[in-house]
Design a binder for this molecule. Structure first.
Ligand code: E4P
Length: 221
């Protein structure tokens, strides 16, 4: 399972890239709005920084408008993936973008039925929003399990991008279920590193090493 960051923040992207684990980026209009740059400029900066797929979302609500925006976004860089919403218009626009050779990510997916539609139009990625499903008292991981099972049974090529992840356990369970990608906020990726026994182990090694060096220094003097 690949690890993507769900952010448009360049500082966070640079940090995660430095960790050597960043394989792609997802953005959405709400995340882009926080950065205060022209959207096309922001997408260009992100695609220059991260070589993997960078999802950039259309905002028009008409088929023609989404197709036009999608083509403009795709022209920014080779690694742009156009995000279209799971609406009738979004699916229609997505199908046309796929026909034009532009990779798409179908977003705002909350049911297995919607995920089937995304696969049938040849989406590169389908994005079920696990956290938002949990937020309304339903089972986000259960939804992911259904989609992964259906895609395997049907042999669909669309990759399942587990999205709206709120904590490291969402990431771990997404991997167990068989998601192709997990996209997460910077805070969640940062917490994947954490374990108290690692901290205790590091402190123990550091103090033992220091004592060892002191003992050697005393022996030499
Ligand atoms: C995915 O591509 C979306 O941008 C994202 O995961 C939404 O997450 P949220 O529910 O935390 O806004």
């Amino acid at each position: 399972m690949k690890l993507f960051l769900d952010t448009a923040n360049l500082t966070d992207l640079e940090t995660a890239k430095g960790w050597g684990i960043l394989e792609g980026v997802t953005t959405n209009p709400s995340l882009a709005a926080r950065e205060g740059l022209e959207f096309s400029e922001l997408v260009k900066l992100i695609t220059d920084l991260v070589p993997g797929p960078v999802s950039a979302e259309v905002t028009d609500e008409t088929v023609e408008g989404m197709v036009g925006q999608g083509k403009e976004l795709a022209a920014i860089a080779d690694n742009v993936v156009v995000k279209v919403p799971m609406t009738r218009e979004g699916v229609s626009a997505g199908a046309r973008l796929v026909d034009a050779g532009i990779p798409i990510n179908v977003t705002l997916v909350f049911s297995a039925a919607q995920a089937i539609l995304a696969a049938r139009i040849g989406a590169t990625f389908v994005s079920p929003f696990l956290g938002r499903v949990d937020d309304i008292g339903n089972d986000g991981l259960g939804l992911l399990r259904q989609i992964v099972e259906i895609y395997a049974v049907q042999g669909y090529d669309t990759e399942v991008l587990s999205a709206s992840l709120r904590h490291p356990q969402h990431v771990v369970e997404s991997a167990r279920i068989g998601a192709d990608i997990a996209t997460m906020p910077f805070g969640v990726m940062n917490r994947l590193f954490n374990h108290p026994l690692t901290d205790i182990g590091m402190a123990g090694f550091a103090s033992d090493w220091e004592a060892y060096q002191q003992a050697l220094a005393e022996k030499r003097s």
